[in-house]
Design a protein around this ligand. Structure first.
Ligand code: ADP
Ligand code: MG
Length: 225
């Protein structure tokens, strides 16, 4: 079952002995193959929400269910395995390993589970081809353009057939041409595999490409469409 269910999610941070409420009762549902853009002013809690959905941070209260599992009920070891298997991340500044080639970077999520099988290596090659980097497999990230690096990050995020792909300002550092090619792959590839895509963006153009769009406003989600 490839769904996301968020119910009554609250998040507070304690900073300088003060309680900061960032998210105050967030409800959200998504199904396989859907995509959603999250917009909102800087500091409104977009990354916080994405981190919680990606199980990198936990909610103060409320429930999150990814593919039928409440990840916050898992032990730390099971949670790490669940995250690796179920969730793909794409960040603003790609987070590629500078000393590894394109092919090795794409294989990273599998290397975390041991030596990658031939099947996984073929999957990596196929993804590298699909993001248009077949001729760049042995290049290092420093030898690629910003758009190419972000396409490597997309391929890597998809390696383990994640059910949920999370992208935080994936085109934040790209020019208009690269934004378009990255957007095309972001919206096409997860959908073809029936994954859900949630994308945080400052780009009006990118937000308009998504099926659904919500804004975080005063700690709540407001549906734009
Ligand atoms: P956005 O991604 O929308 O710009 P963030 O989710 O990064 O916003 O941050 C939302 C608010 O939460 C900000 O006021 C930020 O300072 C605060 N915040 C984020 N992470 C922490 C943390 N670990 N500890 C304390 N405050 C935090
Ligand atoms: Mg942010």
């Amino acid at each position: 079952m490839s769904t996301l269910r968020v119910s009554g999610l609250h998040k507070q941070f304690i900073s300088a002995a003060e309680l900061l409420t960032v998210l105050d009762g967030i409800d959200l549902e998504m199904s396989a193959g859907e995509d959603l853009a999250i917009v909102g002013p800087s500091g409104s809690g977009k990354s916080t929400l994405l981190h919680i959905l990606g199980t990198l941070d936990s909610p103060t209260s409320g429930t999150v269910e990814v593919a039928g599992v409440n990840p916050f009920e898992l032990s730390p070891i099971k949670l790490a395995a669940f995250r690796n298997r179920t969730i793909g991340f794409i960040f603003q500044d790609h987070h590629l390993m500078p000393q590894l080639t394109v092919a090795e970077n794409v294989l990273l999520p599998a290397i975390a589970q041991g030596r990658p099988s031939e099947k996984v290596r073929q999957r990596a090659q196929q993804l590298i081809q699909e993001v248009g980097l077949a001729q760049r497999e042995l290049h290092l990230p420093s030898q690629l353009s910003g758009g190419e690096r972000q396409r490597v990050a997309i391929a890597r995020a998809l390696l383990n057939h994640p059910k949920l792909v999370l992208a935080d300002e994936p085109t934040g550092n790209l020019d208009a041409t690269n934004t378009q090619s990255v957007a095309r792959m972001l919206f096409d590839l997860p959908k073809r595999e029936q994954a859900m895509l949630i994308l945080v963006t400052h780009s009006d153009w990118l937000a308009e490409q998504a099926q659904r769009c919500v804004r975080i406003e005063n700690r709540h989600l407001v549906v734009i469409r």
